[in-house]
Design a binder for this molecule. Structure first.
Ligand code: URP
Ligand code: ZN
Ligand code: ZN
Ligand code: ZN
Length: 510
């Protein structure tokens, strides 16, 4: 261990090549219940050089192998967080978590890969990619990138192609909100959807009506509502429902799959349900905060608490959380992200006099796996295989890296967690491993604890100790044309019935 730094009240992060367990390249996990999205069974898992070599009962090994007893525990694929903002400058401030600190927290919470959003630099995708590739060099777990599209011209179109064909990006995010910053209009969205379709890249949307929000924000200020509650009041669920419906219909018009990020309301969820029922390929991603919190946080009399809860779309009234849980349990929504976009209370205080200046975002990269287990499995809503599907496997499939990721199968990457269903967790800023001085889930507790995390074949979290190495995480290229594009060409006729040959008409004779 070359350097050690105290990052929390209870345990430390060790930097550099460390001795002992984390450098062992051979690991046997014995006697646990191995859970995949398709099946669970009691079996041993043998790992060598970062790869799962074998999954079967009673594997015998030599004594150069680290053996971990998982009897009575679940052995599952590490979580994949499809939605994070590490090391990101967001309008007024830079997120407090960089790749290393965010991923250290992720590993302590059972997530072994994240897909981070890249923002273009002055509209340049190439410059944005390079900036984030540089920032990500401190990564301690595997990661991929999504790219945001914030303007449109021939250069952007060409760069999208380069991103997909040469840089390992297979998804682009379009913001229908954040007017005068990231927001795009419908014309650009339609062009972007078409381009995505031609590249086999998945369009993602931040679905809120930015024009209506800008109006509502002015009304709030006129009314003298300058506190964080003004943020919630100016972004009602109806505006999320409207934009979700619009984006989904435009995706139908283009006949492309579409992915709705951070589904926060019943309004948005119902639009997704309706489209899916009609056979449209729409993916809906709720986030940890939307599943377990409600708007009481942003109405809290403490500015710090209220600002900590401020994100877009806002965390909704009680009731939306339960509805989103139900939708996730029944397959209306498919996978859980976090939208981890963390700021310190001092950064949030930039908006002390005006909610429009509070940096948007909440944490979750470290907490998601525990919260989802407790809320969804411990409550009886879903089974452990469903849990694996919504926290890992479905994400790997959508972003086209399954079964390398998202499975405990021979040949898969050794990204593995051991969860003890009898142990409990409690969340606090005093003990978390990410950097913010607050935690939006402060005080939440529940059943199910990730006791061991193995990332890239190394034990990085065990016995409450993190052993993470900056630079050990790899950039995972995400190939285009995931399963969501299979057969899309055959469906063109269904959605584009109005396109065809011109009607032949006789010339009117005079
Ligand atoms: O408030 C949020 N969600 N911040 C992150 C940016 C985004 O819109 O995803
Ligand atoms: Zn700790
Ligand atoms: Zn967003
Ligand atoms: Zn986001």
């Amino acid at each position: 261990i070359t350097k050690s730094e105290q990052v929390s009240g209870v345990c430390s992060v060790a930097y550099g090549e460390s001795e002992g367990c984390s450098s062992s390249s051979k690991i046997l996990i014995k006697g646990g219940t191995v859970v995949n999205a398709h099946h669970q069974e009691v079996a041993d898992v043998y790992v060598e050089d970062g790869i799962i070599v074998s999954v079967q009962p009673n594997i015998n090994v030599g004594d150069d192998v680290k053996v971990i007893d998982a009897t009575g525990k679940y052995v599952m694929p590490g979580g994949i967080d499809p939605h994070t903002h590490l090391a990101t400058e967001f309008i007024v401030s830079e997120t407090v978590d960089d790749f290393f600190s965010g991923q250290a927290g992720a590993l302590a919470g059972g997530t072994t890969m994240n897909i981070n959003f890249v923002l273009p630099v002055d509209g340049s995708l190439t410059a944005g990619f390079e900036e984030f590739a540089e920032k990500a060099k401190t990564s301690c777990m595997d990661y991929g990138f999504h790219m945001a599209i914030t303007k449109w011209d021939e250069t952007v179109e060409k760069e999208m192609e380069i991103m997909v064909k040469e840089k390992g990006i297979n998804s682009f995010k379009f913001f229908l909100a954040y007017k005068e910053a990231l927001m795009i209009n419908d014309e650009l969205l339609v062009r972007g959807l078409k381009k995505c379709k031609s590249l086999g890249a998945l369009p993602m949307v931040h679905a809120e009506n930015g024009d209506a929000i800008a109006e509502a924000q002015l009304e709030m200020i006129d009314l003298g509502i300058t506190g964080p509650e003004g943020h919630a009041l100016s972004r009602p669920a109806v505006l999320e429902g409207e934009a979700t419906a619009r984006a989904i219909r435009l995706a139908a018009f283009v006949n492309t799959p579409i992915y709705v990020v951070h589904v926060m309301s019943i309004d948005a969820m119902e639009e997704i349900a309706k489209a899916r029922k009609a056979g449209q390929r729409v993916i809906g991603e709720p986030i940890a905060a939307g599943l377990v919190l409600n708007e009481s946080g942003i109405f809290d009399p403490s500015f710090t608490v209220a600002a900590m809860n401020l994100m877009s779309p806002p965390i909704r009234k009680a009731g939306h959380d339960k509805a989103l849980q139900g939708a996730l349990a029944t397959g209306v929504l498919q996978l859980v992200g976090t939208d981890h976009c963390s700021f310190n209370s001092t950064q949030k205080a930039l908006g002390i006099d005006d909610f429009r200046m509070v940096p948007n975002g909440v944490n979750g990269i470290e907490e998601r796996m525990h919260l989802v287990w407790n809320t969804m499995v411990e409550s009886g809503l879903i089974t452990p295989p469903d849990y694996v599907r919504i926290t890992s496997t479905e994400c790997a499939k959508i972003f086209n890296i399954y079964p390398r990721k998202g499975a405990i199968l021979a040949g898969s990457d050794a990204d593995i967690i051991i969860l003890n269903p009898k142990a409990s967790f409690e969340i606090s800023a005093a003990t978390h491993h990410t950097k913010s001085d607050t935690n939006v889930f402060e005080g939440q507790r529940g059943k199910g604890k990730v006791e061991v995390t193995i990332a890239g074949g190394k034990v990085v979290w065990e016995g409450g100790e993190l052993k993470v190495v900056p630079g050990s995480g790899r950039y995972i290229e995400l190939p285009p044309f995931s399963y969501l594009f299979d057969g899309i060409d055959k469906l063109d006729a269904k959605y584009k019935s109005s396109l065809g040959a011109p009607v032949q008409r006789f010339k009117a004779s005079t």
